[in-house]
Design a protein around this ligand. Structure first.
Ligand code: GLC
Length: 384
């Protein structure tokens, strides 16, 4: 964590990995802030404050800030200079609240609230223009799971294809976004528009935390509004995404379901959206099923039964990730599955002990894969 901290002028942030990801990423920084909050709340606050420096006039927070660093293979031209032009799962309010819980510094909340207000308002207004209460993403990278098989169909790709083919499609979308002049509801919507499950779960949960923040700042009217918006998302998820006991992502104006099994089917537990009975079903039949997700080193990002499953994939088509395990761990606790949560924690630590702080792991052998010195591993500190 300390090796990955960077300082630019007065701003501080953490790179996800010095070699592979030498910039600041949005949801990564939220994870970093949670980790930092355990032993250095001032740095945790700085991690969040630096994220807010490049907010768009629309309210969007970009998923990458380059901080002037140039010439790296992961640097993409998003048409915006020093940032990307898309966002990532909105974990900010949650991360900010976790910092607040450590030191009760309401001045910090006051300092960030305006940015948070406009960011969540942007998602509500521009990513749900017809008020169906599901938030849309305009590029698979906005999900945080860049090449997840959940998006294959929309990218017109078969279950088995190369990383290069996948990347080409996503870069094409970044170009369309430039041509659209970053107008999601009117223009980008025509190229890629998915109501994804984890993104909406994270939004619903974060709006509850944003409500708590608003309450602390004596903005009761806002708090009520954020709670209502959160409840509307949960309701819409149930009516538009739920089928066969599972919440599925949807696409298009008629909300067609994308029935590809990835860890996303567990994500609603993070916001307590499944009933206990539904959670029992999903845990028994999918999480603990050795033919689906229960490998020696769970939880694989994509189910073993999917034709797209690849335990050695570059990113999200099979490997186990500590960030995913963190979401599932928290979700399991919401339903009292303490023993299974504990196993996931132990397995996560075992992967780190075996292979070090790698980006992701082979779900059968725990062999380390992807980026090195990857900071998300620190999330095991918060599996408690
Ligand atoms: C990869 C991951 C994404 C993460 C980024 C930086 O692109 O898919 O979730 O934010 O790396 O770590």
């Amino acid at each position: 964590m300390l090796n990955n901290r960077r300082q630019v002028g007065d701003w501080q942030y953490t790179v996800p990995s010095p070699d592979t990801y030498p910039y600041q990423w949005l949801w990564d920084s939220c994870f970093h802030a949670i980790i930092l909050s355990f032993y250095d709340t001032e740095s945790a606050k700085k991690e969040i404050l630096s994220l807010l420096t490049h907010q768009f006039p629309t309210g969007l927070l970009p998923h990458i800030i380059y901080w002037g660093a140039k010439q790296h293979r992961s640097r993409v031209d998003w048409g915006t200079g020093d940032t990307s032009s898309i966002t990532q799962p909105p974990m900010l309010a949650y991360a900010a609240w976790r910092i607040f819980e450590q030191d009760n510094d309401d001045q910090f909340l006051d300092k960030i609230y305006q940015s948070l207000f406009h960011y969540y308002k942007y998602l509500i207004n521009d990513r749900d223009p017809h008020e169906r209460h599901l938030i849309g993403i305009i590029n698979p990278d906005e999900s945080g799971e860049d090449n997840s098989p959940r998006f294959d169909k929309l990218l017109d790709l078969p279950p088995v294809h190369s990383f290069a083919e996948n990347l080409k499609k996503r870069r094409q979308l970044a170009k369309e976004n430039q041509k659209c002049r970053f107008d999601a509801p009117f223009c980008m919507k025509n190229f890629f528009w998915v109501k994804d499950v984890p993104f909406n779960v994270i939004m619903a949960e974060n709006l509850q935390y944003l409500a708590r923040i608003a309450e602390k700042l004596e903005r009761g009217y806002d708090a009520k509004y954020w709670r209502q918006e959160s409840e509307k998302i949960v309701k819409a998820m149930r009516s538009l995404m739920f089928e066969d006991g599972i919440f599925w992502p949807t696409y298009g104006e008629d909300y067609k379901k994308i029935k590809v099994k990835t860890w996303a089917i567990f994500s609603p537990m993070f916001a307590s959206i499944y009933t206990k009975k539904e959670a029992d079903y999903i845990v028994k039949n999918y999480l603990l099923n050795p033919e689906e997700f229960w490998t020696d080193y769970p939880v694989p990002s994509t189910a073993l039964s999917e034709p797209s499953f690849d335990p050695n994939d570059t990113l999200w088509r099979g490997p186990s990730w500590i960030g995913v395990n963190w979401f599932i761990f928290k979700g399991l606790l919401n339903y009292g599955y303490n023993d299974i949560a504990q196993t996931i924690k132990e397995k996560s630590i075992a992967m780190l002990e075996k292979s070090g702080f790698r980006e992701h792991f082979n779900p059968f052998t725990a062999a380390g894969q992807g980026a090195r010195n990857f900071t998300w591993g620190g999330l095991v500190i918060d599996m408690a």
